[in-house]
Design a protein around this ligand. Structure first.
Ligand code: SAM
Length: 289
């Protein structure tokens, strides 16, 4: 199982509350209810020591990656969805409103137990919404291969947002192995915005010079450096996933969401928002057969 223990991953857990807090400023269904129920604002302020402005780059980035992933899910049209590192994401609650969808939320054991209780309080039990404790890096795999709620004949969409950027390269390779295994069995696609690069972080820093404070707070909380764990540039990222057996399709957020239309609201700095959308992407990874 490599060098990291489960408890070193558990330190990443509080970042899920920061993401939930960011989403409370969006129009994403259930985002506000979740953030308020877990008092995400207090946890965020305790960990970072500062308030989040409703229109910071972090808020726009987290909202836009969520919406872009939803676009790709709709584009591929698969109805079996396996979300890794779900944290406090509301997608499972929203998508399982469609009875034709089978949605699997997963995370480390403590986080997914917590999430399940939260979802029960907000919407109650749903036959097509499952909760699984999955360490995405675990070898042997903890993915729900052969789970009785999955149909062999239907492809899967595997999702993760805000996971790979915390993981070391050997840990990323283990996630790749587990995803590959699942896609070999069911077919489908891995949708993720997590191919973050040093180039990208530096660009983000140009738009928002205070972002380094967020990086420092993340390092203090998780013991993991987003900079050390990211790819040098997009070529490095592509090469990594090609070596792991994937084809990489890139979709720029601006192509998917259009100029800030999906993020628009009073007070937004549209230049900043458009720059963010033009320089960030979500990726569809399929098996390179
Ligand atoms: C930045 S949060 C992102 C949460 C959610 N995806 C979102 O966008 O709000 C990182 C999440 O990764 C989870 N995590 C950390 N290590 C993990 C692992 N090895 N396997 C699965 N999940 C993990 C944490 O518990 C946490 O929920």
């Amino acid at each position: 199982m490599g060098t990291s223990t489960a408890s070193s991953f558990d330190l990443i857990g509080p970042t899920a509350l920061a993401a939930a807090y960011s989403r409370q400023f969006s129009d994403i269904p259930y985002a506000l209810e979740i953030a308020q129920k877990v008092d995400a604002q207090t946890v965020f302020e305790q960990h970072t020591g500062h308030h989040l402005e409703r229109l910071t780059t972090l808020v726009l980035w987290i909202e836009s990656r969520y919406k872009a992933i939803n676009h790709l899910i709709a584009m591929f049209g698969y109805t079996q969805i396996i979300e890794l590192a779900s944290g406090l994401l509301p997608r499972g609650m929203a998508m399982s409103e469609n009875p034709n969808v089978t949605f699997v939320e997963s995370d480390l054991p403590a986080m997914i137990d917590f999430k399940k209780q939260l979802v029960m309080q907000l919407i109650g039990e749903r036959r097509n919404l499952q909760f699984e404790a999955i360490d995405a890096t675990s070898i042997p795999s903890q993915f729900p291969i052969d789970a009785d709620y999955l149909h062999d004949s239907e492809k899967v969409a595997i999702l993760c947002e805000g996971l790979l950027l915390y993981l070391s390269f050997p840990e990323k390779e283990r996630v790749c192995a587990n995803v590959r295994n699942m896609l070999q069995r069911y077919g489908g696609v891995w949708i993720t915005p997590d191919l973050s690069t040093k180039d990208g972080w530096y660009r983000l820093q140009e738009i928002n010079p205070t972002i380094h404070k967020t990086f420092q707070a993340i390092y203090n909380t998780t013991g993991r450096s987003l900079i050390d764990n990211c790819f040098n540039d997009m070529e490095h990222a592509r090469q990594f996933f090609i070596e792991q057996g994937f084809c990489v399709e890139e979709y720029k957020l601006i192509e998917i969401l259009g100029e800030i239309s999906d993020l628009e609201r009073p007070g937004i700095d549209s230049d900043q928002a458009n720059h963010l959308l033009a320089t960030n992407s979500v990726f569809a990874l399929t098996l390179n057969s």
